[in-house]
Design a protein around this ligand. Sequence first.
Ligand code: KG4
Ligand code: ZN
Length: 321
Amino acid sequence: MTRILGIETTCDETSFAIVENGKKVLYEFTLSQAKKHEKYGGVVPELAAREHLSNIKSLLKELHDMLVKYSVDYVAVAADIGLPPAVKTGEAFARALASSLGVKLIEVNHVIAHVWGVWLDKNIKKKPRFPLIGVVLSGGHSVIYEFTSPVEYRVLGSTLDDAIGEVFDKVARVLGLGYPGGPYIEKRAKEGDEYAISLPTPLKDDTSVSMSFSGLKTAVIRTFQKYKEKVEPIYYDFFVSDLCASFQRVAFEHVAERVERAVEMTGIKTVVIGGGVSANQRLIDILANRLVPKDIKLYVPPLQYTGDNASLIAGYAYNLI
Ligand code: KG4
Ligand code: ZN
């Protein structure tokens, strides 16, 4: 039995978790700073670092008690990738903690760890088999990987410009919906007509697995600015909902088409998704509609393991021992 304490501070979540054998979450505590960044419409790196420090301080007692209850064999930290001041805060704390506990520190690539959510789900008894296609859709990354094992992977395609989550956040900010944008857009989209507003299909003639979201973002923002004062006030809410629904559909159809292409290219018929955007039910439906009829297995993480979370770090780190 191996227990790993995971630490995640790459963006606006301060999170600690203890995971046994890569799958069983024994303890987890996550504090979100999203409210602190809302008025800026996005995460402010220096503010995030300061908040991580104060969150870590406020969690010290609880963390201490958990370490008395569950002794750990390793400390794992989300390292290198993320907002530099925020990442460094977690790294420094993790290094100090590992050395005071006398255990080894494992550095984890948090983008890769996003695919691990499915392995933490108690309800998925039959875990995905390798090789598989891993799809990470988050605020900072949009990548389609081929995994031959948990630690052997290569990038098949990624976004050529903005990350998908970043575009959800930007569109939501322009539409005045709130931060982080994804959940607000998903909610409004439920009330809208997905085919009401025509928007350009990204990379239409491209036959690769690359993605692009910046042209779509510009088109959504231009449409909003062109019509926001022209629509009758009583129709304004319908217009915003239709725009959210149409944007979501085009963005997710684009992702789904690329994922299907990755499957065709590799012949691998197992797909695992992760990252904050994989919380979106419409994304899951669009992917399932395309993949399931072709006998492609689609694995979706439980909601609490879609976004940044230390259980993902501690769980995935088990593969790196
Ligand atoms: O993985 P994550 O928590 O952090 C990063 O590593 O970036 O992803 C955060 C992103 C944000 O851009 C947020 O708007 C998006 O995930 N997101 C969603 C949804 N929930 C969170 N996007 C679309 N639909 C959602 N329901
Ligand atoms: Zn992330």
